[in-house]
Design a binder for this molecule. Structure first.
Ligand code: UTP
Length: 475
């Protein structure tokens, strides 16, 4: 395509925003490639991008405004007194009712790139269960099927992907026959993407005719739910609440009646589960109250003196860590979309492959660019009310983030086996343990067998005696 007045206009506009390099390879491109690149460039909101560059990419991000923040209140895993106990009983009844009425649906965010795990494929297709090697997606699907049976309700499942893994995810669900779920109740939708930048604020090219882009963060689900039609689908089905979790946590307790019930009883719009942090600087967000609103402060933004502050009983003052498990009202997501609330963007400096000015593809060894993302927890302070339910870590949180070490598949494995052991022991089953206390056997409990420890006693007679070194799969 020869240079036309239209492309000249675009070139000029790009130059005004210091992004003229995007057309560097224009003369070398085929006509269809030129058309595609032009369309990508025309989609860029250049004034907004300039603002991002100034404030998030080249400019030093503003330090967080120093509000007075105090630890957020929470509900404990077990009620502390008789009145709380009455509330928990009422909450469980209410939560059970809402789930049975089909008013609760599942939302998994699975659009991330999973770079730390280094697994080739959507993270949901990573196999994690100790014996059957079930994938994360399969474990969630089996859980949803078991919940659906237990409550006699349809439990729709919304799965957010990104353009980087959407087709692959769809193909996996299809190849696995939607893990036995009715495909009409599984909606796989895509989140948006944002351009990637060099450290000096230039948009990177992934190919000569392609702008480098990455998913816009798990916070992107707020917009994507609306744009994809998922919100409208929920409304049509009468779904009022979303049980939200991240694709990397196989221990998550979905459709938790207590959590749903407390959220509903307290009239909240977005609520969270939390763990007690395992140290002052554990790399999880901290639940605080900022100007009276529940807010997650990133571990890097919590001043050391506050992170280390202790109560008279020795516990951390800021002890509640965010684990990305929420209940979100459908009407709250609608409200955020119609009121045009945009979640703030955060910068992450990463290794981003790109095409250099000579047209060579570069696979950087060191971080060379900036990706921008929004985080779901930034929606919490926009809610009028928000509650926090503290949970026991080993029961509900074991994220697979890294290839080795902390939060690795191996660590998650161990936690899955340990949880199964604890459930069995709570029903009086003898589980052999090693001198260091860890189970001396490999255990796997299918969601169809038990969704929680309370399901075990009724199945007691189906559990064989467990000897040291045994592998026991219960389904
Ligand atoms: P992480 O922050 O762990 O990111 O996402 P990640 O992309 O999976 O892994 P790394 O950082 O590249 O190693 C937490 C959850 O949020 C989802 C992920 O799929 C995961 O379930 N997520 C993240 C999205 O759905 N979209 C995004 O843009 C980012």
């Amino acid at each position: 395509m020869p240079e036309t007045t239209a492309t000249e206009g675009v070139r000029k506009l790009l130059a005004e925003h210091r992004q003229e390099h995007l057309l560097t390879f224009w003369p070398q491109l085929r006509e269809d490639q030129q058309g595609s690149l032009l369309a990508q460039v025309q989609e860029l909101d250049l004034p907004t991008i300039r603002d991002w560059v100034e404030h998030l990419v080249t400019g030093q991000p503003q330090p967080p405004i120093q509000h007075d923040f105090v630890p957020a209140p929470s509900y404990p895993p077990q009620p502390r007194d008789a009145s709380e106990e009455r509330k928990y009983v009422q909450a469980i009844e209410l939560g059970t009712q809402r789930i049975s009425q089909g008013k609760v649906a599942a939302l998994t965010v699975a659009g991330g790139q999973g770079t730390r795990l280094g697994f080739d494929g959507p993270k949901g297709s990573f196999s994690i269960s100790p014996i059957r090697k079930k994938t994360l997606f399969r474990i969630f699907a089996e859980t949803i099927a078991a919940v659906s049976r237990r409550y006699g309700a349809v439990c729709p499942w919304y799965v957010m992907t990104s353009p980087l893994n959407h087709e692959q995810t769809l193909a996996i669900f299809k190849a696995d026959d939607f893990y036995g779920l009715d495909p009409r109740n599984v909606l796989i939708f895509q989140q948006g993407t944002l351009p990637n930048f060099s450290l000096d604020g230039r948009i990177l090219l992934a190919e000569k005719d392609q702008i480098a882009r990455s998913p816009d963060g798990h916070g992107g689900c707020i917009r994507a739910l609306a744009r994809s039609g998922a919100l409208a689908d929920m409304k049509k089905r009468g779904v009022e609440y979303l049980t939200y979790w991240q694709v990397d946590n196989p221990l998550v307790r979905l459709f938790d009646p207590l959590f749903v019930g407390l959220h509903v009883l307290d009239g909240a719009q977005m609520s969270s589960k939390a763990v007690i942090k395992n140290g002052p600087k554990e790399k999880v967000g901290n639940f605080c109250l900022v100007d009276g609103k529940v807010t997650v402060i990133e571990y890097s933004d919590l001043p050391d003196e506050l992170a280390g502050k202790r109560r008279p009983d020795g516990s951390l003052a800021f002890q509640l860590g965010s684990i990305a498990i929420h209940i979100i009202n459908r009407t709250f997501v609608e409200h955020l979309n119609t009121k045009g609330h945009t979640l703030p963007l955060h910068r992450a400096v990463k290794k981003i492959p790109y095409i250099d000015p000579q047209g060579r593809r570069v696979e950087p060894k060191e971080p060379n660019g900036v990706k921008l993302e929004s985080f779901i927890f930034d929606a919490i302070p926009l809610a009028e009310r928000s509650i926090i339910l503290e949970i026991v870590r080993g029961e509900q949180f074991a994220p697979v983030k890294n290839a080795t070490g902390e939060d690795s598949a191996e660590a998650t494995h161990r936690m899955m086996i340990e949880r199964a052991a604890v459930w069995l022991e709570s029903a009086g089953v003898k589980v052999p343990r090693k001198p260091d206390g860890s189970p001396d056997c490999i255990l796997e409990i299918a969601p169809s067998f038990a969704l929680d420890a309370e399901d075990i006693p009724a199945k007691r007679d189906q559990i064989p005696p467990i000897k040291p070194g045994d592998e026991v799969y219960l389904a």
